[in-house]
Design a protein around this ligand. Sequence first.
Ligand code: 57M
Length: 359
Amino acid sequence: MLYHLLYPLHTDLIVFNVFRYITFRAICGALTAFLIVLVLGPAFIRTMRRFQIGQVVRDDGPATHLAKQGVPTMGGLLILSAIFIGTLLWARLDNTLVWLCLFITLFYGFIGGIDDFRKIKKKNSKGLSARGKLILQVIGASVVGCFIFFTPGFDGHLSFPFLKNIRPDLGWFYVVFAVVVIIGASNAVNLTDGLDGLAAGPTVVTAAVYLVFCYLAGHVVLAEYLQIPHVPGSGELSIFCAAIFGACLGFLWFNAYPAQMFMGDVGSLALGGAIGSIAIIIKQEFLLAIVGGIFVLETLSVIMQVGYFKLTNGKRIFLMAPFHHHFEKKGWHEPKVVVRFWIVSIILGLLAIATLKLR
Ligand code: 57M
């Protein structure tokens, strides 16, 4: 919004020319989102406590988690508020890709919010049924997939890290592929969000990497030089990524061990849906498997555990899935598991950036 209000003034005051630069507005978007969460965090936590919106901890998890009963949750409401304010203030509002990302973030946040609210308000409720959650996720992801596929200038071509000349065209099947990526990313972040800071940390890294890729994809000269798909208008998504980066960094201030609040499904499903959509829009879907490797590992651990359990009538590969619980069961303290997962996430983020030159 500020771009539209202040950039036109640059003819009178040259200082306002700075608003034309995506880099400037991305930094401001990150700082805005970060400060919103940091400043409003304590009041939000007090409010959640007053309304008794606290975590219901299952008794079949690690014993150390029982002490987390009642920790304020649905911190995702604060994260999403900061993302929306940071984006609406600093991104260009005449960019349809920005509105598409805000839509999917809000829609998936709505799905998660219903799930959270049901689990909190009806103590033994398991929230939204898996089927109901999936149907809603498919609807939301289909909007993004169809928008991308049927918008002039976009197409059904895939792109791969390291392989610049392999661009298979999926045709209309790209919509199905997009739905799988967005739902997969959303549920992967959701599964990962099982330890203090474990989801927010890798999300900060992923948002930072996609901030760079959105900027490059939106820059016709740089995209051609780096041989990545040029996606007109995607540069503005850097500001959306920056707002996610700032909001999750601010959330980590309160979610770091021992957590003062959890993000809830309202946060995890929304953040995963946003990241999956960004990956689809700038045609960097497989990059997500690299930078989001922690999310992939966590999801694969569950698939392997459940599959092996069913195949062997009760045997397990891991002491407990998702993967983070396996290390807890091995005796690693929670902060050690989380910080080591953060380290791996940062290394994967650097590798993802390196794919720009390794092609
Ligand atoms: C999402 N939610 C956390 C919090 C957070 C199929 C199966 C793998 C599903 C999976 C599951 O239930 N996943 C749901 C994970 C929960 O966190 C809440 O949920 C939100 C995110 N969706 O924001 O509101 C618990 O995680 C802990 N937590 C923290 N710090 C945080 O910052 O400590 C969360 C955020 C919170 C808190 O204890 O209560 C969760 O774990 O449920 N199931 C599991 O993950 C379970 N695994 C399991 O059953 N494994 C089996 C089979 C099915 C694979 C096996 O290994 O044999 C584990 N989780 C629980 N109990 N709660 C272990 C059992």
